[in-house]
Design a protein around this ligand. Structure first.
Ligand code: 6CS
Ligand code: FE
Length: 297
């Protein structure tokens, strides 16, 4: 039996925090590859690590997704399901994972060329969904997501070997500059920050409410923010932000009465399928880190 050893290009969750340069391309498709993004769009994505679209779904399509989100978060069976994460304080639903499998409406959104076509263009291959979730962030104190790199978690805990993964956050409500919008450090995707501190067993049971393992030190954040700055994303319902898996990003609490609800879909290249976790004792459940690598069709 041939044993293939996979080199860990991005060591993390050891005793000390360590930054290493990114060793993977950002845009994997060859220049000139046809698709919804223009060449200039892809150059901007490569440079910044993100690309914002004023509209990926039309305004009259948004209610379909808003109603589906409401249906899911008011369904007692969904609330009782392990895919639902509640807010620590209010016990309101914070996120529902794997919506692309439990909801035909969101499954259709994943297959929509306006969505999956852009993912294939960035990743230069067929893609599958590594993770999907709706983030409700209802307001009146709904908590945010502390600074982190998604790839750091998906590498450490889900076993994604390379940075060939892209997320899209589609606004289902107005994302104001006041209700806890997404913040990204532009350009931060080119530095991988290995975090200090081993991954506790069953870490996801705590990290999806309030992440601890895999979060940067104040010193590292100060240095990154000083080097790259911070951009806050606002947009109408139907707008979207595409961002590279290794952007340093986060979002604040929402203390306004205006919910900041979005659907978040993570596409991974079929050439970058999950292996064993690089820095965790066991795999996370498949509703968080997919193990079905069938390409989106
Ligand atoms: O642990 C994860 O996979 C999730 N956590 C955050 C804060 N962002 C990425 C992902 O949804
Ligand atoms: Fe994240």
């Amino acid at each position: 039996m041939t044993m293939t050893t996979i080199t860990d290009l991005y060591p993390t969750r050891g005793t000390a925090e360590v930054a290493v340069p990114r060793q993977d391309p950002v845009v994997w498709s060859a220049p000139g590859t046809p698709g919804p993004f223009s060449a200039a769009d892809l150059q901007a994505f490569d440079r910044d690590g993100f690309f914002a679209l004023d509209q990926i779904i039309a305004e009259d399509e948004v209610p379909v997704y808003r109603e589906e989100l409401e249906r899911l978060v008011t369904d007692p069976a969904i609330r009782a399901d392990e895919r639902s994460i509640v807010e620590a304080k209010s016990q309101e639903i914070r996120s529902v994972f794997e919506v692309h499998r439990i909801s035909e409406v969101f499954a259709a959104l994943v297959r929509d060329e306006r969505v999956v076509g852009r993912a294939r263009q960035i990743l230069g291959s067929d893609v599958y969904v590594h993770q999907s979730r709706i983030n409700v962030k209802p307001g009146f104190g709904a908590s945010g997501f502390y600074w982190h790199s998604d790839f750091e978690t998906w590498h450490a805990e889900d076993g994604l070997p390379n940075m060939r993964t892209v997320s899209v956050s589609i606004a289902l409500t107005e994302n104001y500059d006041t209700n806890g919008g997404l913040m990204i450090m532009p350009g931060s995707h080119r530095t991988f920050l290995g975090c200090a501190g081993a991954t506790p067993k069953d870490n996801y049971k705590q990290s999806l409410q309030m992440q601890d393992a895999g979060t940067p030190s104040d010193e590292a954040l100060t240095s990154l923010a000083g080097q790259y700055g911070i951009k806050l994303f606002t947009g109408r319902a139907g707008s979207a932000t595409w961002f590279d898996c290794n952007c340093m990003h986060g979002s604040g609490d929402n203390i306004t009465p205006f919910p900041r609800s979005n659907v978040f879909i993570v596409f991974n290249s079929v050439e970058n399928t999950a292996v064993e976790p690089f820095a965790a004792p066991i795999r996370r459940p498949t509703f968080i880190g997919a193990r079905d690598f069938a390409p989106v069709r």
